[in-house]
Design a protein around this ligand. Sequence first.
Ligand SMILES: Nc1nc2c(c(=O)[nH]1)N[C@H]1C(S)=C(S)[C@@H](COP(=O)(O)O)O[C@H]1N2
Ligand SMILES: [Mo]
Length: 380
Amino acid sequence: MRLHVPMPAFRFRGALHDPRTATAVGRLLGAALLTCFVTGVLSHVLQEPPHWLADHLPTRPVAGYRFTQGLHVAAGIAAIPLLLVKLWTVYPRLFVQPPLRGVRHALERLSVAVLVSTALLQLLLGLVNTTQWYPWPFSFRDVHWALAWALTGSLLLHIAVKLPQISSHWRRTGTGTLRLPEDSARDRRSLLLATGAAVGAVTVTTVGQAVPWLRQATLLAPRRPDIGPQGLPVNRTAAEAQVSHETVRDWKLTVTGPRGYVLSLPQLHAIQQHTVELPIACVEGWSMPAHWHGVRVRNLLALADAPSCARLRIVSLQQSGAYAVTEMGAGYAQDPLTLLALQLNGSTLRLDHGYPARIIAPNRPGVLQTKWVHRIEVLE
Ligand SMILES: Nc1nc2c(c(=O)[nH]1)N[C@H]1C(S)=C(S)[C@@H](COP(=O)(O)O)O[C@H]1N2
Ligand SMILES: [Mo]
């Protein structure tokens, strides 16, 4: 038996709580979230590739990661106003009566609850991370990664469930029995314009952290990518990494391998030097191209008689922290653009940028461009 209780208490007559508005905002939000998902999977694979892929990651285009990660953060920021407007448009449905009409309805509402909560949490975590602030006890990356799947799954489920409404309200005029009164169109246009303006405003004031010609407009971005020593920001300073001038005083480079060796800094300078232009592209959204000068990693490996299929472990003087030791697949190691850099933008690396030597490689997440390198291990 089904109870029908008339509930006149909640009646939302506002034109903008209608399915056409929900569809118009929802498809923009959907596009932003799916963009975040695809670029996020790319970022994850580049930063932590599965074993079978690690030696074959693409090193071209050199600024590929710069583009996809810039897009990831920009789409995530744009999704915030879109999500808020979308939630405002549909919130009357929270009070729908009866609250549960059966198993199907219950499942649908449950999927919306998962969608809304994961979307809010995911965008909040991402936004906080772009400011290099990690106020929580859990691993940002693990949680962001897991939530991405929950969010994308519930989004696709939601799109599938709502397909009839979405398709009948995809066009402005609507089709079938779901046609809406004409007089709401003007309000809807205003709302969509205001939403577009909000998205435009947050984008223009933040995307300059990755887009050079919008640098002057980065009012809300955590960083200007061109401000920092040697024209480049510093994410982890030498002091934070507990690397001091004292630490690097007797620096030597150790390369292991069939014919491992140890080089002093003058000896390293005596090896053929190369200059490359490559960006640092931080996972947190900022990026900046720079000129790097130093020794090709593949030449260092050849000196140690390492095979060209060798995978590397790059060890920093930094004693602790997630990026003190990183791995590098053979594709990067053999690329002529991958350097153990000694200079940045025409002068010796500052301590904050990794003096005496750091890794710079094409199409690589910033976190893996290890600073204060003192040991390169050839892995079997
Ligand atoms: N040893 C070490 N190298 C590191 C890091 C670190 O924490 N430790 N941070 C990385 C991160 S997150 C980025 S974005 C780049 C930034 O390089 P920069 O500070 O020279 O601009 O360095 C990378 N290299
Ligand atoms: Mo970074």
